[in-house]
Design a protein around this ligand. Structure first.
Ligand code: AMP
Length: 117
């Protein structure tokens, strides 16, 4: 059994502010939000990084993105806009090695991807 902090959240061993769950994923608010809305969408299938997702499992990633868009619509910021991000490994700052999609919204988000920022 994989044992990242996100697996502990899935198993309800540590608390989280869960906003969505289905058979494929769980979504909860980031503990250190980088925007007024910052929700993490985490698949229940185990993949440490995006590098580990084979082509025949692409649907796992697609479902995270579609669920994030549906959440944006439900919460009413789909037209205002939002950003989805997946960090992979060290240069991107990945810290939890169970893949997850960040949904950021609630304010103009500015530029991103500047080296060293
Ligand atoms: P990443 O840097 O892409 O691996 O993102 C990991 C994210 O998980 C960070 O934004 C953290 O703030 C967030 N995080 C870590 N621990 C928790 C937790 N217990 N509950 C919610 N979010 C968490």
């Amino acid at each position: 059994m994989s044992d990242t902090i996100f697996h502990k959240i899935m198993r309800r061993e540590i608390p989280a502010d869960i906003v969505y769950e289905d058979d494929d994923m769980i979504a909860f608010r980031d503990i250190a939000p980088q925007a007024p809305v910052h929700v993490l969408f985490v698949p229940k299938r185990d993949f440490s990084t995006l590098n580990d997702v084979p082509a025949d499992s692409a649907v796992v990633i697609g479902k995270l993105a579609v669920a994030a868009a549906a959440y944006a619509k439900r919460e009413g910021f789909d037209e205002a806009g939002y950003r989805i991000v997946m960090n992979c490994n060290g240069d991107a700052g990945q810290t939890v090695f169970q893949i997850h999609l960040h949904l950021l919204a609630g304010a103009p988000l500015g530029h991103f991807g500047t080296p060293g920022r």
